[in-house]
Design a protein around this ligand. Structure first.
Ligand code: THU
Length: 164
């Protein structure tokens, strides 16, 4: 008989952004303004990410596409790499991710891709506390993940490399 190991992921759902503390509302608004500046010439799918550091400062990122498609980068990685390249020792408290199609005015639900989860997980593993993640759907509902770990069970990490 094989043993089963399992992992349960969960999201907290808020009916509207008004139910969140002011600083989380501001983070989601910063993700929205970032999405509007995305360079999404090929997909017309604009993604914005905004993360907050322990000192309260907000770093934004958006997807940057390229005629050579794989050379582009997702919003989350643009934001995380910007933050960690400028403030390598600052803890990241939370990140908000929103998306919209260029031709639409409404934002729509989009969860971070696997590569972005992997990148965010790397930094979460190497800081003191979890990174909360917020997403928003087209009805304005907010989805909160308590950590990146919650979105990436059974992950590859430095432990897999045998160096920790
Ligand atoms: N994209 C992101 O920016 N973040 C994700 O987590 C998923 C996808 C971008 C990449 C590409 O520019 C566009 O969305 C369509 O895939």
């Amino acid at each position: 008989m094989a043993e089963i190991i399992s992992s349960e992921s969960h999201l907290k759902v808020y009916a509207s952004i008004d139910q969140l503390p002011d600083q989380e509302q501001a983070l989601i608004e910063a993700a929205k303004t970032a999405a509007l500046r995305a360079y999404a010439k090929y997909s017309h799918f604009q993604v914005g990410a905004a993360l907050r550091l322990e000192d309260g400062s907000i770093i934004q990122g958006n997807n940057q596409e390229n005629a050579c498609y794989p050379a582009g980068l997702c919003a989350e990685r643009v934001a995380f790499f910007a933050a960690k390249s400028q403030y390598p020792d600052k803890t990241i408290e939370a990140v908000a991710v929103v998306a919209k199609r260029t031709e639409e005015s409404e934002f729509r639900a989009a969860a971070p891709c696997g590569s972005c989860r992997q990148v965010m997980s790397e930094y979460e593993n190497n800081q003191a506390g979890p990174i909360r993640l917020y997403m928003m759907d087209s009805e304005g509902k907010i989805y909160e993940s308590p950590s990146i770990e919650n979105l990436l069970p059974f992950k590859f990490s430095e432990a897999s490399l045998g160096i920790s």
